[in-house]
Ligand binder design. Sequence first.
Ligand SMILES: *Cc1c(COP(=O)(O)O)cnc(C)c1O
Length: 232
Amino acid sequence: MSENIKSRYQTIIKRINIACKKAGRNSSEITLVAVSKTKPDADVRELMDAGHLHYGENRAKALEDRMESIKNENVQWHFIGVLQTNKIKYMAHRVNWIQSVHKMKALEEIEKRASAENREISVLIQVNISEEDQKSGCEPEELEPLLKYAQNLKYAKVKGLMGMATLTDDPELVRPEFRKLRVLRNEHRHLESGSVSLQELSMGMTNDLEVAIDEGATMVRVGTAIFGERNY
Ligand SMILES: *Cc1c(COP(=O)(O)O)cnc(C)c1O
């Protein structure tokens, strides 16, 4: 089992390196966020032993439990799931990145809780780029008011955009969705000021990370290819 996690991790690192080479990019530009979801702490610890430092959870309770049971000062924790404003208070003391912010109320709450903890929290604004009915993230036209609001915050630091592509077996089909996120980022760079910068593009998962890297991803969120299949 543990052999598996380490060798799968090496395989993902190789995939990222090859994708970067093809895209003419440096692999140091890419942060791999390991998404552990329902997997046991022991699996996460395996990866930590291999030196990996970025971990993501998509449920507030799972993140809270993980941050509690795995005390490692060097680890960066990412929240990547559907964000309920009333759950922010349970993560603000430790979370480093909240990748799935899509409304003013959440930004306001992160600012309030981060300020109370006297620490900064990095934020990505999630934008809806997929064709699926079950949409997540703000609409592209909501981006400007969100970024303008975020400019004046002190503890919530917007660092870029996050997107989830349509689930499909053919990653080339979602290339236009990744491209859309990059273009949106470029179109909003004039709003980089105060607490807003837009260098990060979090896009790409197990099935489509090569295409995402080709389209400019700086963060890829990978679960299955590292930790194995899940039930959901
Ligand atoms: C589960 C999940 C991932 C990782 O998905 P895999 O296909 O298992 O790599 C990435 N991002 C989010 C938001 C997720 O919920």
